[in-house]
Design a protein around this ligand. Structure first.
Ligand code: MN
Length: 297
């Protein structure tokens, strides 16, 4: 019997001049565990005139996780961080009570052809930490736990799963696991997962309960503890989830909070330009005119 409660297809959205595939939030399922937003960026070829330029914008109440397959992004934030991320590494930025950052094509790639491919993820903070001081962590690819098992390569990108822990300093029980197989394999994780779980198929095919699923789909499990699936040769998946929070989360623009008062206060601070601009930054993104969810990234 299938353990899949919901199948979410990537939906095309624009982020500035950039097209992405939105996975979360979804109308029928806003969060999976603490994961509240997932965009699949690219893959896209960019010529010497096309650059990623997501100008300074604020966040509250969440951590952002950036993970690239191709390309590079220069991150600058109001803590003074300037950090280029390349494939396999993790940028983990915790907004807490407020941070401002920009994401741009690094200067060294601005005059040349390049590609971009990756995941941009937001993880909501637990209520007792939503006003914590902001922080930024960069974790090199070589620091993530990796191993081979039953015909697949595993990597814990964030959190705690299968007895391995990523050094990314997460704030609630969660997991983000990469599984790749060149030959095809059956993955039996079963009891090792907890909370809510989702399986994102980046490439290849996954079989679950007699059904076949192709790339760019997010499968949400009915029961995380019944996670068994088969991967076709050349498949890459991202298994993620964790303990859901007891309270609902509100999302407005780039803000996540447990109360409307926190969202309103953040809007007001942005309107009054009270966030610190990263050194050398310019062109902050204005508040959207429309209401609802219009993330900058
Ligand atoms: Mn952002």
């Amino acid at each position: 019997m299938s353990n899949i409660g919901l199948v979410i297809e990537e939906r095309e959205r624009s982020i500035g001049n950039f097209l992405v595939g939105r996975l979360l939030p979804f109308r029928g399922k806003r969060m999976v565990g603490p994961f509240i937003y997932i965009d699949h960026m690219g893959p896209v070829r960019m010529d010497d005139h096309a650059n990623m330029d997501i100008g300074p914008h604020p966040h509250i109440g969440l951590s952002t996780l950036t993970y690239l397959f191709e390309g590079a992004v220069m991150h600058r934030d109001s803590l003074g961080t300037a950090m280029e991320i390349t494939p396999g590494a993790v940028n983990w930025m915790t907004a807490g009570k407020g941070i401002l950052h920009s994401e741009r094509t690094p200067d060294r790639l601005r005059g040349v052809d390049k590609s971009m491919h990756g995941l941009q993820i937001w993880v909501a903070l637990p209520k007792h930490l939503e006003l914590m001081d902001p922080a930024f962590h960069h974790v090199e690819a070589s620091a993530l736990p990796t191993w081979e098992q039953d015909g697949a390569r595993f990597k814990v990108i964030a959190g705690d799963v299968l007895g391995r822990r990523s050094p990314v300093p997460v704030h609630s029980p969660l997991y983000l696991l990469e599984i790749r197989s060149d030959t095809g394999c059956t993955v039996r994780i079963g009891n090792e997962l907890y909370g809510e779980a989702g399986l994102y198929i980046l490439q290849g095919e996954v079989r679950d309960g007699g059904e076949l699923f192709g790339p760019r789909l997010l499968l949400v499990a009915k029961d995380a503890r019944l996670c068994i699936f088969t991967m076709a040769p050349g498949t890459a998946v991202y298994l993620f989830g964790g303990e859901p929070f007891p309270e609902e989360r509100l999302i407005y623009w780039n803000f996540v909070a447990t109360s409307q008062a926190l969202i309103d206060a953040a809007r007001e601070r942005w309107r009054k330009q009270e966030f610190v601009m990263p050194p050398g930054e310019h062109d902050p993104i204005p508040l959207p005119l429309e209401t609802g969810f219009k993330p900058s990234h």
